[in-house]
Design a protein around this ligand. Structure first.
Ligand code: ADP
Ligand code: TRP
Length: 334
C-alpha cells in the first residue's frame, strides 16, 4: 500500500525563469508544500528536456544553476522537498526506454509541441520534419518517466503542460493493464487564475514570444516593463472592469485580499492607468525584493546549490532504485 501522496513538477533550464513560470508553476508548487508527513514533494530541474533546445555547454550549466537558484530563492526548502537534477537520476532514463516500447507512435504524433513545429514547417512550405529531433518527438515519454518513476499523484503545471500529464496517465494505465497495477495515475493541478499569465503585449508570457519579465530583473527593468503593459484608451475618470484588466490580474497574484478589494473598488470609481501601474510596480517590487537578493546570493555560491542537488540525488535514487527493480521484474528483464 502506498503511503504518500506525491506532488512532482519540473522546469526545464532553457532560459532565465520569468513571471509566467513563477505564477504558473513555481508558486503553486511551493504552496502545496505542507508539514503533512504523508505528503511528498519532488521538484526537479529537467536538464535533459532542455538539451532539445540548448546545445551550448556553458549556457546549459548557467541556466541549470539559475533555475535551481530561482526555486531556492523563492522558498524551496531542500529539507522538505526532494530537489534534484533530472540527469543525476539514471533510473529515469531506463524507465523512459521501457515506456517507449509501450507507447504508440500515434500518441506522440498528437503531442502539441511536436505538432506545432510540424505545422509551422508546413506553413513555411519546407520539409515537415525540419528541426524536429527525436528528443522533441519523444519528449512526452521522458516526461512520463519523470512522473511515473516516483508514483506521482499530483503535477502542478501551467496550461501548456496539461496534455503531457494526460499522456503520462495514458501510458501508466496501459502499463497497469498489461503488467498489473504498478503506477499511480497522475493528475495535473492547474490554477485557473494563473493557467496563462500574459506578457506586456497581452499574449501568453513565453520565452518564445520575447515578452517575458524575468522574476529577478532589476527594479529599473521591472518598472519599465510594468509601465509598458498594454491598456485601453479609457480616461482616468472612467469606471473600469478589473476582471478584464491584465494589470489587475497581475496585481491579484502579489497583493493581499484587502489590497485586492481596495483596488477593485478604485477601478469601479475610475482610476488612471498610470496610477494602477504605479501601484502594481510597487507591489511586485516589494514582494520580490528579498528573493532577488537571495537569488543573487545563490548564483554567487553555486557550490551550495551543488550540495543541495547532491542531497536530492541521493534521496531520489533511494526511491527510484527499488521501484525500477520492481518494474523490471514485472516486464521480465529483472
Ligand atoms: P516558456 O513558455 O517560457 O518556454 P516553460 O515551457 O519553460 O516556459 O514553462 C515552465 C513552466 O511554467 C510550465 O509548467 C509552464 O506551464 C509554466 N508557464 C510558462 N509560461 C507560463 C505562462 N505564461 N502562464 C502560466 N504558466 C506558464
Ligand atoms: N515539460 C515541462 C515544461 O516544459 C518540464 C517538465 C519535464 C515537467 N518533466 C516534467 C513538468 C514532469 C512536470 C512534470 O515546462
Amino acid at each position: 500500500m502506498k503511503q504518500h501522496k506525491t506532488y512532482l513538477t519540473g522546469i526545464k533550464p532553457t532560459g532565465i525563469a520569468h513571471i509566467g513560470n513563477y505564477l504558473g508553476a513555481i508558486k503553486p508548487a511551493l504552496e502545496k508544500i505542507s508539514h503533512n508527513k504523508d505528503e511528498r514533494h519532488i521538484y526537479f530541474i529537467a536538464d535533459y528536456h532542455a538539451l532539445n533546445l540548448i546545445k551550448d555547454r556553458n549556457l546549459l550549466k548557467k541556466y541549470t544553476y539559475s533555475i535551481a537558484a530561482t526555486w531556492l530563492a523563492l522558498g524551496l526548502d531542500p529539507n522538505r522537498v526532494i530537489f534534484y537534477k533530472q540527469s543525476d537520476i539514471p533510473e529515469i532514463f531506463e524507465l523512459s526506454s521501457i515506456l517507449a516500447c509501450m507507447t504508440p507512435k500515434g500518441l506522440m504524433n498528437r503531442a502539441h509541441a511536436y505538432k506545432a513545429k510540424v505545422s509551422e514547417n508546413i506553413k513555411k512550405k519546407i520539409d515537415p520534419d525540419t528541426d524536429v529531433n527525436m528528443g522533441l518527438y519523444t519528449y512526452p515519454i521522458l516526461m512520463s518517466a519523470d512522473i511515473l518513476l516516483f508514483n506521482t499523484d499530483v503535477v502542478p503545471v501551467g496550461k501548456d503542460q496539461v496534455q503531457h500529464v494526460e499522456i503520462a496517465r495514458d501510458i501508466a494505465e496501459n502499463f497497469n493493464k498489461t503488467f498489473g497495477n504498478t503506477f499511480s495515475l497522475p493528475k495535473y493541478v492547474l490554477n485557473k487564475e494563473t493557467a496563462i499569465i500574459t506578457g506586456s503585449d497581452g499574449r501568453k508570457m513565453s520565452k518564445s514570444y520575447h515578452n517575458t519579465l524575468e522574476i529577478f530583473e532589476t527594479e529599473k527593468v521591472l518598472k519599465k516593463y510594468v509601465y509598458s503593459m498594454k491598456t485601453d484608451s479609457s480616461l482616468p475618470t472612467d469606471p473600469k472592469d478589473p476582471d478584464n484588466s491584465n494589470l489587475f490580474s497581475m496585481y491579484k497574484q502579489f497583493a493581499t485580499q484587502d489590497e485586492i478589494n481596495d483596488l477593485r473598488e478604485r477601478y469601479h470609481q475610475g482610476i488612471g492607468w498610470g496610477e494602477v501601474k504605479r501601484i502594481l510596480f510597487n507591489k511586485i517590487n516589494d514582494y520580490l525584493e528579498e528573493p532577488r537578493e537571495s537569488y543573487k546570493n545563490y548564483t554567487d555560491k553555486t557550490w551550495l546549490i551543488d550540495e543541495f542537488l547532491e542531497k536530492g540525488r541521493h534521496e531520489a535514487r533511494q526511491l527510484a532504485k527499488p521501484f525500477l527493480e520492481e518494474i523490471k521484474s514485472k516486464i521480465g528483464v529483472g
